[in-house]
Design a protein around this ligand. Structure first.
Ligand SMILES: [Zn+2]
Length: 155
C-alpha cells in the first residue's frame, strides 16, 4: 500500500510517498490539486512494479502538463533504477537527491547514504564506506555505470 502524506504551505506542497506503489491507485485524487511548487520525498517508497510505474508516469505527466515545478528528494534505489531505464520517468521533475545503496561484506547489513545530484556530478560517491552496524567495510551495492547514468543527463 502507498502511504501519502501532505504538508501544504502557500504555493508549496510537500508530499511523501512511502510503502509500495504496486496497485492501480488514483494518485492524483490521493494527493489532491497540485500547488505550483511541489517537493516529493520518496525515501520510504520501497517497491514499485509495472502497474505502479504506469500510475507514476500518469501522475508525473499530469504535473508536467499543469506546469507544476516538481522537486524529487531522497529517491531510493527502487526509483533510481527507473530514472535510468525509463525515458520520461521523472517527467519535468528536478531530481535533487538520491539514496546510494551499500552492503556490508562482513555482516550483510544494507544501508543507504544520501547524496545530492550536485555532489554526484562533482564526484561519484565512494565505492566503499564503513558499515553502520559492525564498522567493517561496506561496498556500493549496484553497478556504477548504471546507477549514476541519469545524473550525466541532467544539467
Ligand atoms: Zn557490517
Amino acid at each position: 500500500m502507498l502511504n501519502v502524506t501532505l504538508e501544504k504551505q502557500k504555493n508549496l506542497m510537500k508530499v511523501t510517498f512511502a510503502g509500495d506503489l504496486t496497485k492501480n491507485i488514483p494518485l492524483e485524487e490521493l494527493v489532491g490539486p497540485p500547488a505550483p511548487n511541489m517537493i516529493i520525498n520518496c525515501r520510504d517508497l520501497l517497491r514499485i512494479n509495472s502497474v505502479g510505474i504506469r500510475v507514476w508516469l500518469r501522475y508525473f505527466r499530469m504535473l508536467a502538463e499543469r506546469r507544476v515545478h516538481v522537486t524529487l528528494q531522497e529517491c531510493p534505489p527502487s526509483i533510481v533504477e527507473h530514472f535510468n531505464n525509463i525515458s520520461n520517468f521523472r517527467g519535468k521533475a528536478v531530481v535533487e537527491s538520491i539514496l546510494v545503496p551499500y552492503r556490508c561484506i562482513a555482516c550483510k547489513n544494507g544501508e543507504t547514504i544520501l547524496y545530492t545530484i550536485e555532489e554526484i556530478q562533482e564526484r561519484l560517491p565512494p565505492v566503499e564506506t564503513k558499515c553502520g552496524h559492525c564498522g567493517k567495510s561496506s561496498v556500493f551495492d549496484d553497478i556504477t555505470q548504471e546507477y549514476f547514468r541519469f545524473t550525466k543527463e541532467i544539467d
